[in-house]
Design a protein around this ligand. Structure first.
Ligand SMILES: [Zn+2]
Length: 142
């Protein structure tokens, strides 16, 4: 789990101006489990910082991505952001686009087995499960 202090320090090292708006963006990303889009991040941050522009949000996200502090993923053509860069499994609702994290203890086990079988040195993995979330599934179950 990343800490806000580490992220801010690493942005400052890059010579990036640390503004309260940018800290708010990072903080929100660390706290939320919603895997928000840039537009949603903008909407949330604007409540406290009405002057923050969508382009500031994009620029901050680009930098965080470059520093590998957030993951960007594509959900049905929309970019969504996740500051939880520890290995985990995402599960995506195919109806409403909700994304949850699943802490999967057996992820390591899968890697060990795959490494043994393929003789690869495995450095990272990403899994995505899709389906219908608890709110949506009733619409799709007979
Ligand atoms: Zn859903």
């Amino acid at each position: 789990m990343q800490q806000i202090e580490q992220i801010v320090a690493s942005l400052r090292d890059e010579g990036f101006r640390i503004t309260p708006q940018r800290i708010a963006i990072v903080n929100y990303l660390l706290k939320t489990e919603d895997h928000p889009s840039a537009e949603l991040i903008h909407k949330v941050i604007r409540k406290r910082y009405p002057m923050v522009s969508l382009s500031t949000v994009y620029k901050t996200l680009d930098l965080l991505k470059e520093k590998k502090l957030v993951n960007e993923m594509d959900v049905e053509g929309e970019a969504r952001f996740d500051a939880h860069t520890d290995e985990h499994i995402n599960i995506v609702c195919m109806n409403c686009g909700k994304i949850d994290d699943i802490d999967e203890d057996s992820l390591k086990e899968i890697q060990v087995k795959a490494a043994r079988k393929s003789k690869y040195l495995i450095l990272k993995s990403s899994f995505e499960l899709s389906g219908y979330c608890s709110n949506c599934k009733s619409k799709f179950q007979g």
